[in-house]
Write a protein that binds this ligand. Structure first.
Ligand SMILES: [Zn+2]
Length: 430
């Protein structure tokens, strides 16, 4: 019989034991970065913190945050706490303002990454006999590499196909008997569409049973569409280049997002004031990597909004749980005084029958005034039947009920909105 948990001792430890482990690791971390990096040493000196002065996990709150601005300033290797010689792998994500965010790894960091990814994929139900099609782009991005390491540690077969060339993806998926698909959720929908176009039935002609998705925000409604379309269980993954890549947080069979908190210490703060918030309150996620060597992050501000929960999960894991990401605080739009997240628009659109999950939010700037409109595809059948006026009206009403904001909706022809092989482009500025 295959084991239920990848690391049972850790995944089922009591919250007190976990806190003890985290505290021990935090003290080691403070000691380590104090010795090995000047930037961090100065930061710690400013607030008079040394490893000996850390008495409880609460003491971490005295330390200032690590921000994207800091990363830019010390680009590319200024925050590395080992010799640059000790780095054996490096990844990067596109930075919002030009310079990429760099993720360097020592041999131990790579091993840690494989371990947390194996734990996460195991929780999704991936086993040795699975065949995993890795349709994230292979390149500098962390995604594909993290999933590959974890799956291989479990012993599953990895098809290193990368993203794109969608017809070939479908052929390989059928011929190789792929059982697990890894990519962005929007790309999985594009793949289903392509399979149908090729005369195949996503529900009958494939052996797919699990989807491991991430790298873009998606609503529960889109998840349920993906599951129905492919006949699979779709799981969410959450991670960041600054922390390790994927492997920070992932879902169990109950679709709860467990944090690998023995390695990544989570906090939630009020993004406006920086003040720590208790479990159960929504705020900005902060992570501290407790054991990383090359690039430990101490209280990194993720800009992502979520809630932490300390509650029992039916799966038996005791690792803390976080809500799905409500939205990146960077993606938040303020329209006529109303706060709008793209995910709320997705949720509204998916309530309407005959609308597809291909949509774009159009942001128009006139002087300092920003307005929003939405273009969304209808289904092939509805388009042929004609009369889409009432669809637009229904969508506008649904948006109004969620946002209390009038957002004009234009229903467009199927397959007229550009598809993406990676992150879907949901917001365009015109
Ligand atoms: Zn669980």
């Amino acid at each position: 019989m295959s084991k239920k948990f990848w690391t049972p001792k850790i995944e089922t430890m009591s919250s007190n034991e976990l806190k003890k482990l985290q505290l021990k690791r935090l003290k080691n971390l403070i000691n380590y970065i104090y010795k090995n990096n000047r930037f961090y040493r100065n930061r710690l000196k400013e607030v008079k913190i040394e490893a000996d002065k850390i008495k409880s996990l609460k003491d971490i709150e005295k330390i200032s945050f690590l921000t994207k601005q800091d990363l830019r300033e010390f680009y590319p290797f200024g925050l590395v706490c080992t010799e640059v010689d000790d780095i054996i792998e490096v990844h990067a994500s596109s930075g919002t303002t030009g310079k990429p965010v760099v993720g360097p790894y020592t041999k131990n960091d790579v091993e840690l990454w494989a371990e947390v990814m194996a734990r996460s994929l195991w929780a999704n139900g991936l086993r040795k006999n699975d065949i995993m099609q890795n349709a994230y782009g292979y390149g500098l991005f962390t995604g594909a590499h993290g999933f590959e390491k974890g799956a291989q540690k479990i012993g599953a077969m990895v098809i290193t196909i990368s993203s794109g060339n969608t017809k070939r993806q479908i052929t390989i998926m059928k011929d190789f008997g792929t059982t697990a698909l890894v990519c962005t959720p929007s790309y999985s929908m594009y793949m289903a569409e392509t399979a149908e176009y090729m005369g195949l039935d996503p529900l009958k002609d494939f052996k797919l049973r699990i989807g491991c998705f991430g790298a873009e925000s998606w609503s529960e409604e889109l998840r349920s569409n993906v599951e129905k379309r492919w006949g699979i269980v779709a799981h969410e993954h959450y991670g960041l280049t600054e922390i390790i890549g994927p492997g920070v947080v992932s879902e169990c069979s109950c679709k709860k997002l467990h944090i690998n908190a023995d390695y990544f210490y989570p906090e939630v703060i009020n993004p406006a004031t920086g003040e720590s918030l208790p479990y159960g309150e929504e705020g900005e996620l902060i992570f501290t990597t407790l054991t990383k060597e090359a690039f430990p992050a101490l209280r990194f501000r993720t800009r992502d909004l979520a809630i932490l929960y300390d509650e029992k999960c039916e799966c038996g894991r005791t690792l803390p749980i976080q809500s799905r990401i409500k939205g990146r605080s960077d993606d938040m739009m303020k329209i006529k005084g109303v706060i709008v997240f793209p995910s709320q628009i997705e949720t509204a659109l998916m309530q309407i029958e005959d609308l597809s999950d291909n949509y774009q939010i159009i942001k128009t700037k006139k002087g300092s005034i920003i307005s929003l409109s939405v273009e969304v595809e209808t289904t092939e059948k509805r388009w042929k039947d004609g009369c889409i006026d009432d669809l637009e009206q229904k969508a506008e009403e649904e948006l109004f009920s969620i946002l209390s904001l009038r957002v004009p909706v234009k229903v467009v022809e199927p397959k007229s909105i550009p598809r993406s092989i990676g992150k879907a482009i949901r917001i365009v500025e015109r």
